[in-house]
Structures are given as C-alpha cells and as structure tokens.
Design a protein around this ligand. Structure first.
Ligand SMILES: [Zn+2]
Length: 512
C-alpha cells in the first residue's frame, strides 16, 4: 500500500518572512481558503506571539478553515504556547507547533544552554501544550547541523511527553540529499517511540536543494513535508509545494506515495500567492513559471504534435493550466460574474459582489476579454485591500513631449480624503511624489518593475515596487489597464504594508 505524505504548508508563516511580503488579514484568509481547497493537510497560519496582527490573522483563519489542520508556531515557553492556543482554539483541527534550537552552535552562542537543559525545556513545552491538545509538533531548530544522536534523544523525549510530529528542519539550507536522507534514516531507526509519531522535514533553498533534500527525506521514511507555495520564504525560500507534489505524482515508481493535493489547483494557488505578496515567479521556475510548459524548440514542437509524451513529462492540465480559458466580457451579467468567482472559490458577500461588479463593468469597458487573472486583481483591489489606511480615490496625470509631468491625486487616509498636485521627472515620478507628500511619508523606492498580467495589447499592466522606510522594507503590487494607475496602486499598496509594520511591531526572534 502507498504511504500518504502529509503536506504541511507554511506559506503564511515562513513564506511571509520573505522580505517585504507581509500580508493583511483579509489577504491571509484568502490564501488560507485556497490552501484548504488545494487539499493541504496542515496550514501553518502564523506565529501568534510575534505580533498582534499575526495573532488576529491566525484566529480568523482558525475560524474559517474547514478541512485542514491549523497550526500556530510558538517558542518553547509557556507564554508563547498559551498565546498560540488562544489563537487556534476554535479551529476544527488545531495543532500547536513549538520549537527550540538543538545544534551545538545554537546552544552555545544563542541559547547559552547545555543539552540537558534544552531537553528539559522541550519536554516542559510539549507537556504544557498537552493540556490543550494532543496534536503537537516539535521542531528541532537547526536540526540538520545537530548531533544525530542528540536529535534522537530529544525527539524520543518529546514523543514520550506527547508530541505527535517531530520536525527535522534544515534551517540554514546546508544539507545535501544523500546526507540528509541518511540522517532521516538514522533518526527513524534510533529514536525511541518513533513509531508513535510522524517524522517531518522542513528545508530551505540556500543551495537550491530544498526539493531534492525533501524528496530524499521522504524516500528515507519521512511522513510529512513542510513547504510553501512557489517556494517563497526567508532568503532563498523554502521547499516549493508544487515541486514536491508533482515529483511524487510524476514518478510513482520511484515514490510509491500519495498526497491529498488536488494538482489541478496548483497553478491558480501559485498565481494568487504571487499576486497578493507581490513576489513574482521567475519564468523558468519549475511547475508554476510562465515557461514551464512552453516547448519552443522546433524539434520539440514537431515531436509534441505527433505525440505529446515525446517531450512532455507532465500535462499542463494536471496543474490546472488550461488553453480554453473561460472569458467574461462587457455583456456578462452579475450572475455570470458571481458563478465564475464562486468557481474560483471567492465567496463574497452581496455587498462585496456589488462593488466587484461595478469595477468589473468599468474594466470591461476598457478591456474586451476579462480572464481569471483580471478577476483576481479586481477582487484583491476592491475587496481584500479596501479597509487599508491609504486608498486611491482619484488620479489625473499630464505628461508628454511638450508638458511638464504633473499629477493630481486624491487619497483616502483612514476614510478622510486629502488631495494635492506635484510635479516629477516623469509621470510615474510625479504620481509617487504626490502620494508621498499627501501621505506625509518619505519612503525610498528601491525597485520598480512593470509587466503585463496576461497577453494582448489591452492587457492590464502589473506593477511591483519595493520600498524602504527606516528599517522596514515592503513590496507593493497594483494592476490596471493604465500603467500609471497600476503604478499608483502598487505604491499605495507598498505604503499600506509599511503602515502595517508600524502598527504591528514584531517581536524579533529566530525561527526554524
Ligand atoms: Zn523555515
């Protein structure tokens, strides 16, 4: 019988640690709903003790998610564990995920603790969590650089205390597949009580080996893989969900294992995560990159026409890429819009649907064919981001060869309208200057990039910005048929994220 691999998604916790990628609660809820529909087994919703905003998001996700377990991360302290439980207690299947570092280098320089003391702390944490739930995960931070025998000792101790999952993270992305597989085999064979718990792995991609290490661990007996959508995460990111799932799916002979993932939802979920976080996927990225399924070479194309299997190891439809896209247009009514949004798993209230429909009509006047990407951008704009501090109310720009670039902007700031007009080197510079002056902010623009949301000259422009204010960096994204308006939306989105950092100071701490 095939083994079933538990897919633990940490897009909302580890993924959110990508520089600048903080999301508001509505955006996180949206992603959580998509992850649930995708079929992940566990959604790690956040780190409740790290900030009030994270606590709020984890609570809301716990109340909303119907099928998946909802996990909350916490350090191995009673206070953190209480806070985590408070946030997830209403989830259908809550999971407490506690961690402490175990490598000698972390023990000596970070924790300043001996091994006995660390085992004691870990056992105390799991026992404390046990009063709330019997679904407890323990992570040994920097596990891949920990003495294997100490790893077996601490895992054995926490399993005895009630941990049901023990996680071996490659926190620093240092492992290589042969060695990591061997370590998993060693831990499986030598941890007392290992038959009563699931061994999990959590890999980082600093050497581009996260997926390879995860697969080596699964082959060696690991039963849970911790992953993120599109592989987003701190530094070089985490193991990409889509890569692990599709490797298992495409090579069943090598990996006689199953997951609960509905692969046809992979593409839509990847697109949603990049549109919400503003982290674009590189075109050559496996599975979800724009070029992943395009066979450009003439020889390939010839073979593909005769039989797709000559060069194609996966069908694009398997990951949800379809050629016959459903298109809406100017004549589509509310009903068509609602049913398409429902198919895309947007369950909007009547009021939200009305707002989206109004914007849809405006967009359909300017763009003939409205596809899923357009609808996603629309919902993100008018629903998910509607309650933010800054909103764009009005924009007028003059530019050209004979006039000086000038922008007038009306900005909503916490519901109050402020306006102003300023100049700039070009129209976009003028818009950014004006918004910054009205808002009384002085962020530094680190990067500005522009692309198209879909093909065609009437496609919506998609702008992403990276900006910095003080020590905070944020990403902003905006889409609109008019690239200047898209730029204004991206800039405002970036400002809102900087604002989020201000109102949600994060307790700084190391994580797995
Ligand atoms: Zn991590």
């Amino acid at each position: 019988m095939n083994r079933t691999i538990t897919i633990f998604d940490t897009t909302l916790r580890d993924g959110e640690q990508s520089p600048g990628a903080s999301m508001n609660t509505a955006e996180k809820l949206r992603i959580a709903t998509h992850l649930d529909a995708l079929g992940v087994d566990v959604i790690e919703a956040g780190f409740p003790a790290s900030s009030p905003g994270d606590f709020e998001a984890v609570s809301r996700i716990s109340e909303t998610v119907k099928n998946a377990e909802v996990a909350a991360l916490c350090r191995a302290t009673a206070g953190d564990i209480d806070r985590a439980w408070e946030a997830i207690k209403d989830a259908v299947k809550p999971r407490i995920h506690t961690f402490i570092a175990t490598s000698d280098i972390h023990l000596e320089y970070k924790l300043r603790m001996g091994r006995d003391e660390v085992v004691e702390r870990a056992v105390a944490a799991v026992s404390h969590a046990r009063q709330y739930t019997d679904n407890i995960e323990f992570s040994a931070e920097d596990g891949s650089r920990t003495d294997p025998d100490f790893l077996c000792r601490i895992f054995g101790a926490v399993i005895e205390a009630g941990a049901t999952t023990v996680n071996l993270p490659d926190t620093v992305g240092y492992a290589v597949p042969s060695e990591f597989g061997e370590l998993v085999r060693h831990v499986m064979a030598n941890t007392p009580g290992m038959d009563k718990a699931t061994l999990s792995v959590h890999c980082h991609n600093d050497l581009g080996l996260a997926t390879a290490n995860t697969l080596a661990a699964i082959a060696a007996g690991a039963g849970q893989a911790e992953v993120t959508i599109n592989g987003i995460g701190e530094r070089a990111g985490n193991t990409a969900l889509e890569e692990v799932v599709m490797a298992l799916h495409t090579r069943p002979g090598t990996f006689p294992m199953e997951t609960g993932i509905d692969t046809t939802r992979i593409h839509a979920t990847g697109r949603l995560v990049s549109s919400i976080t503003g982290i674009m996927v590189q075109p050559n990225k496996a599975i979800v990159g724009a070029n992943a399924f395009s066979h450009e070479s003439g020889i390939h194309q010839d073979g593909m026409l005769k039989n797709p299997m000559t060069y194609e190891i996966m069908r694009p439809e398997t990951v949800g890429l379809t050629t016959n896209k459903l298109v809406l247009g100017k004549l589509s009514g509310r009903f068509a819009l609602r049913s398409r949004l429902e198919e895309m798993r947007y369950n909007l209230t009547e009021e939200e649907l009305n707002t989206v429909f109004e914007s849809f009509k405006v967009l359909a006047d300017r763009k003939k064919e409205i596809v899923d990407e357009d609808l996603e951008a629309l919902v993100t704009d008018v629903v998910l981001r509607s309650h933010e501090v800054y909103t764009l109310e009005y924009l007028h720009v003059t530019s050209g060869t004979t006039v000086y670039p000038m922008a007038s902007v009306r900005l909503g700031i916490n519901g109050k309208v402020k306006q102003g007009a300023f100049e700039g080197n070009g129209p976009i510079d003028a818009v950014f200057n004006t918004i910054a002056k009205i808002a009384g902010r002085e962020p530094e623009l680190l990067r500005f990039s522009i692309g198209a949301l879909t093909g065609g000259t009437d496609a919506q422009g998609e702008v992403t910005v990276r900006m910095k204010e003080g020590e905070h960096v944020s990403l902003g994204r905006g889409a609109d048929p008019d690239i200047i308006t898209a730029s204004a939306k991206a800039y405002i989105n970036g400002l809102n994220r900087l604002e989020y950092f201000k109102s949600n100071p994060v307790t700084s701490c190391d994580v797995i």
